[in-house]
Design a protein around this ligand. Sequence first.
Ligand code: ADP
Length: 492
Amino acid sequence: MFSKCKNYLAKVKILRSLKARLFLIILLAGIIPSVGMRHAILQNYEDRAVSVRIADVQNQFKILANHLLTYSYLHDTSSDIVNTELEQLSNLYDGRVLVIDKNFKVIKDTYGISEGKTVISEEVIRCLKGSGSTNYDRKNGYIEITTPIVDGTLSVPAGTEEKEGGSLAEGVLLTSVSTDTITTTLEILNRKALIVEIIALIFIIAIAFVLSSLLTAPFERVTQAINAVKAGFTDEQISVNDYVETEHIVDAFNQLLGRMKTLDDSRQEFVSNVSHELKTPLTSMKVLADSLMMQEEVPVELYKEFMTDIANEIERENKIINDLLSLVKMDKKAADLNIDSIDINDLVELILKRLRPIARKQGIEIIYESIRPVTAEVDEVKLTQALSNLVENAVKYNKPQGWVRVTLDADHQFFSVEVSDSGIGIPAEALEHIYERFYRVDKSHSREIGGTGLGLAITRSAVLMHRGSIKVSSEEEKGTTFTVKIPLIHPV
Ligand code: ADP
């Protein structure tokens, strides 16, 4: 039932509006009590009027019953006094009076139709036993009252039944009293109440409209404030503190706004860094080309030298672009990982095989220590790139005749790759920045040895995509250790 109502509310578009719902609730809260009250008052009036009429009639007919006995009317209906009295009462209550004797015979009918006939009904039988009855027939607009004709000294109060077999009453007065006057009064009252109700309804509609508008106004204000931010008129934090609810919405929105701002700032910073990094090799190339062009009769050797420099700059530009592309790939969702079960020993050995010749050139020895065979679910390409960057850095930022140690280990949950070197180390204050894009401790030195400042950012992204962690510890002039920890089974 409840879900049906909910479905219906969701389907009817207008009812999905909070304002419309509030309007309806206030309207119903106003109308239902007033309609209920009208019905209750009218019902109350009707009950009261009917019972007053019954009491009135019963009193009159009790007196009449005594007169009937006094004038022995049940044996002789010629008494003018009683007949006049009967007529008067019949006219007074706009009804019909039947006088029935002990033998269920109608001895007098004020309508003159049923005289001489026999009336055997439950009410009459009961009444003959001394117990009068009343019956209100609302549909046909009359009350039927039976009054026992009993000797006053033996009279039994109405409603108390006499013992089985004992016939107390000499006869019965069967009266039908019209309730037209009550019905007419009811109609007049109903009409007046309806008029009051319609006037009240107009007021209730006005109040419902004003209240529902007032109550939903703060939500309109929230929408307006958000729209203003959306349209770009302002990027200030918004505030609508009318309700706790609007405060919550606005707080959540402000937090989102803050996050977007941070993202925007970092995007702007990134773009300016990228432009700067890409411009540097271009500027060098231009300077080299210009100086060649400005000189006349340049010796071939100088040409060759300058062209080699230009080629190096192009190489550098290429490296930056490649690193940027790698970083963009790493920035994508973890769903883009190409997970396979890979032998990590083989993977590390392959990386070292490729890097050993470069290290050897600088007289650096690479030592590989594999504690146990490890197979893990990883993206081979991305992990290779991440670990290569670490080993490359360990070689690049080393000292002549230094060493690099790579250790592979695992527990039941993770495998770890530790890359330690005997290099120049990283100053403590720089440690928290090394994963930032384009950050380099010593810009010129890094550039000299072909660094782009993107290597560790790429490594960190790749490790995080694998739901792993990366840690660094370093001491200046002594060396650095990077430790990467990655789950053996890739969490879905
Ligand atoms: P780059 O391309 O300059 O090497 P990275 O992001 O790989 O950029 O590294 C950022 C900076 O961190 C480097 O410029 C360097 O100063 C420092 N760094 C990284 N690895 C090491 C290391 N093993 N020893 C000393 N310094 C390091």
